[in-house]
Design a protein around this ligand. Structure first.
Ligand SMILES: Nc1ncnc2c1ncn2[C@@H]1O[C@H](COP(=O)(O)OP(=O)(O)O)[C@@H](O)[C@H]1O
Ligand SMILES: [Mg+2]
Length: 285
């Protein structure tokens, strides 16, 4: 196994302030950074996850575009791996930039991290040296509201809960796609659309807030299963619901999907769609 010889260590500061961010996206970012660290340490090494309170001052803001002076919560991921050349570092956040082989890298990991940090009004910085290792620092703005964090879901209405979730609909048939999109909007979800697997992967990079992908199984070029494999490499926390016009038996029988996969058979009702999504998201509501 590649990561057997990697030591994982955490250095968590006491008295850490609260940051105001979307938790699933932070989890995704940490997973993406940890996967990159693992990939960089094929010969073994040390992965360190660190947190501390931090402030960025005027001098730092002057030398970094779009940095606001102020208080932050710092989350840093450090590896003792291969490191990056300045050239790679310069492109690392670009969507689809990868130095990994086909099927190994999508080039969307750091673009998710970047999108998340930007949306959080934070700042991300890479320090890396070839042959020594890499540190990625996420500066997340402190939550200065002084507000007590509400217990999960307790005070939120069902509609407000759904508005927190964005669903990516992937379906090559425009008519069927409109039906699914309409049903989701009726249920109160935010919706992003894609008419192919390639477009879906692009949308995932652009919209880090997507938490569920509803995808057709049989599509030209990239079928649902291959799309899901690529999407999960990029967003390991993504929830997936398949939809198909075939029967469940036909799909599982042909090896198109594993038994036990969440699958809606078309035509489905708005109620069925809601039931599936609620079941999938129950631990996040
Ligand atoms: N911790 C790291 N150590 C060395 N190189 C890295 C590290 N993280 C990212 N990179 C470089 O940045 C590129 C882009 O990373 P990423 O967006 O996560 O895409 P992917 O991992 O799919 O290639 C990687 O292909 C690699 O060259
Ligand atoms: Mg990656």
């Amino acid at each position: 196994m590649l990561f057997r010889s990697v030591v994982v260590e955490t250095v968590l500061a006491g008295g850490l302030r609260r940051a105001f961010v979307d938790c699933p996206q932070l989890e995704s970012a940490l997973l993406n950074l940890s996967v990159n660290a693992r990939d960089a340490m094929s010969g073994g090494g040390r992965l360190t996850l660190e947190t501390s309170n931090a402030s960025l001052d005027q001098a730092y803001a002057d030398s970094h575009l779009e940095v606001a002076v102020g208080q932050y919560v710092l989350v840093a991921v450090t590896d003792t791996g291969a490191g990056m050349t300045p050239e790679v570092m310069g492109k690392a956040f670009d969507p689809f930039f990868t130095t990994k082989g086909v099927g190994e890298g999508t080039g969307l990991g750091l673009s998710q991290v970047h999108g998340f940090v930007k949306q959080s009004k934070g700042h991300v910085k890479i320090y890396s040296e070839v042959g020594v290792g890499t540190t990625v620092k996420l500066y997340l703005p402190r939550d200065l509201s002084g507000r007590v964090v509400e217990a999960k879901g307790e005070t939120l209405s069902a509609a407000a809960i759904k508005q927190r979730f964005t669903v990516l609909v992937v379906e090559d048939d425009a008519g069927v796609r409109q039906v699914a999109v309409g049903a989701l909007r009726e249920l109160g979800f935010k919706v992003v659309e894609a008419d192919s697997g390639a477009v879906a992967l692009e949308r995932l990079g652009e919209h880090p807030q997507i938490s569920v992908m509803l995808t057709d199984v049989v599509m030209p070029v990239m079928d649902g299963r291959r799309l899901v494999e690529a999407a999960l490499r990029q967003r390991p926390d993504l929830r997936v619901l398949y939809m198909t016009g075939y029967t469940r038996n036909a799909i599982v029988h042909n090896g198109m999907l594993d038994a036990g996969t969440r699958l809606l058979t078309k035509p489905f009702t708005v109620d069925e769609l809601e039931r599936e999504l609620r079941a999938m998201l129950s631990d996040r509501i």
